[in-house]
Design a protein around this ligand. Structure first.
Ligand code: BTN
Length: 261
């Protein structure tokens, strides 16, 4: 990974003014979180690693992170928000990801709460973590994994159980993709949405995300353990919770789960 190339291609106000690069870390989220405990890192600091030995996914899952193939990136942000609304930053990253994928001509879809799918297969995931200081948000770490150049054989080898629902940008485009170019475009887009958040607040990000998500008014289903929620998606609120109107007319709040529509 050539970080100078990324720096040359970005044109941002806040995100990526400083980019830290490592050949290998346990997890870019964990490492950036720890670095920020010791040093006063600026809003928008980015950390990229060429591989992760313990990449983290949501719900204690792991994120498969082979060397030299994909993008593993974490961004430190210092927004002035209530801890309850951190999900908005997962949404912010999803908007930026969707725009970046769309720039490559692959039709991506946002899957609530934190996945990006292409052809119904997972290509990217977002994990947002929070550092509090006396109940106030000290900083957020927005971690993004993007499957860029993994081919089908590698996916099958590394994740045999879920390979049928995983894809990469190179599989979808049928060509290798320059990771630096994708990373730069993503950083530019995250900066754009972050500035929009600073100027217009959470409600603007929520409305952008809701439009790009496209599921409001559709019949949806969410499976959360033994609970299955089915109905019309009515809204997503500032906490990232989904409200589903059930057949019997009741409005049900759904906090997380496996979503389909
Ligand atoms: C998910 O879909 O469950 C979220 C996956 C997030 C993975 C990324 S890779 C870069 C960053 N560092 C981590 O340890 N996790 C995130």
């Amino acid at each position: 990974m050539n970080i100078v190339e990324i720096k040359n291609k970005i044109d941002t106000q806040i995100v990526g003014k400083k980019i830290l690069f490592f050949e290998e870390v346990h997890s870019t989220n964990k490492y950036l979180y720890q670095l920020a405990l010791d040093r006063n890192l600026d809003d928008g600091t980015v950390l990229i690693s060429d591989s992760q030995t313990a990449g983290k996914g949501r719900l204690e899952r792991s994120w498969v992170s082979p060397k030299g193939k994909n993008l593993y990136i974490s961004i430190l942000l210092r927004p002035n928000i209530s801890p309850k609304t951190v999900s908005i930053f997962t949404f912010l990253a999803s908007c930026a990801l969707k725009e970046t994928f769309d720039g490559y001509g692959v039709g991506s879809k946002i899957k609530w709460p934190n996945d990006i799918l292409v052809q119904s297969k997972k290509i990217s995931g977002v994990l947002t973590e929070l550092k509090l200081n006396k109940n106030i948000v000290d900083y957020l770490i927005v971690g993004i994994g993007v499957n860029i150049n993994m081919d089908s054989d590698l996916i099958l080898n590394l994740m045999p159980d879920i390979s049928y629902k995983v894809t990469s940008l190179s599989i979808e485009l049928d060509r290798a993709v320059e990771r630096e170019e994708f990373a730069a475009e993503l950083i530019n887009n995250i900066d754009k949405y972050y500035i929009r958040f600073i100027k217009s607040g959470i409600s603007k990000i929520l409305s952008d995300w809701t439009k790009l998500w496209g599921a409001i008014g559709s019949m949806v289903e969410v499976v959360d353990g033994n609970n299955i929620y089915k109905g019309i998606a009515e809204k997503v609120d500032e906490n990232g919770f989904l409200y589903i109107r059930k057949d019997d007319g009741r409005l049900e709040k759904v906090i997380t789960g496996d979503f389909s529509f």
